[in-house]
Design a protein around this ligand. Structure first.
Ligand SMILES: CC(C)(COP(=O)(O)OP(=O)(O)OC[C@H]1O[C@@H](n2cnc3c(N)ncnc32)[C@H](O)[C@@H]1OP(=O)(O)O)[C@@H](O)C(=O)NCCC(=O)NCCS
Length: 183
């Protein structure tokens, strides 16, 4: 299957419904690490749950909406990136990401999100791409900053988690601000 090379021998490639068992195994390694920082529907407990997530993304991809890609290192699924929203008519999209702990600290998500932004701006003529994260998610906001995004605002107490409401940051980059790698 086609894939895009990242650094450290990692690759970005489709993550599809038929790979639900691989995704579920990965979630066993990632679940508690990502749980505080991602939407609750993404943190499933078994293969059926993992398959439901992939099915949901596949259906939205079929309508030119959200879509999901896996990051694999040495043949092992270690995380991924996605368009959590993609509205070509409005020229606007939102990007999300996650990694299991062993894959953090190598720039994999910054590179993978760069590939999504490049495609959104150069192939799909999108106008803006957003990044939403809990305001205390320092690793996530560092990725947004590394991608050249601007912190546009804070939605106060917009992120409920285990009985506490956290602030949510909204970052974004516009097409005219995007500089693909190598330029
Ligand atoms: C958010 C998350 C994906 C960020 O992972 P990350 O590994 O910090 O981000 P990257 O893959 O871009 O790697 C950046 C790190 O690699 C280093 N790095 C090495 N080579 C690099 C390169 N070529 N380019 C960029 N960074 C590089 C950076 O210095 C940085 O290291 P640091 O942690 O010492 O600052 C991860 O912390 C995670 O999965 N968290 C839980 C889920 C989550 O929060 N998801 C986002 C929801 S909004």
């Amino acid at each position: 299957m086609f894939s895009l090379s990242l650094s450290d021998g990692a690759h970005l490639a489709p993550l599809e419904v038929w790979q639900a068992e691989e995704f579920a195994d990965h979630l066993d390694r990632a679940r508690e690490h990502i749980r505080p920082w991602v939407g609750p529907a993404f943190v499933t407990d078994d293969v059926d749950g993992a398959r439901a997530t992939l099915q949901r993304y596949a259906e939205r991809l079929a309508g030119d909406g959200a879509r999901l890609y896996g990051v694999r290192q040495g043949g092992t699924l270690v995380g991924g990136v996605m368009f959590t929203a993609f509205d070509a008519g409005a020229g606007s999209c939102e990007i999300g990401c996650w990694l299991e702990p062993s894959a953090e600290g190598h720039g994999l998500v910054t590179q993978a999100c760069g590939a999504l932004l490049d495609w959104a701006f150069t192939s799909r003529a999108m106008h803006r791409a957003e990044w939403h994260c809990r305001a205390d998610n320092e690793r996530s906001s560092a990725v947004a900053e590394r991608l050249g995004m601007t912190l546009e605002g804070v939605r106060r107490e917009a992120w409920p988690y285990r009985g506490v409401r956290y602030d949510k940051q909204v970052w974004a980059i516009l097409a005219r601000e995007w500089r693909p790698r190598g330029e």
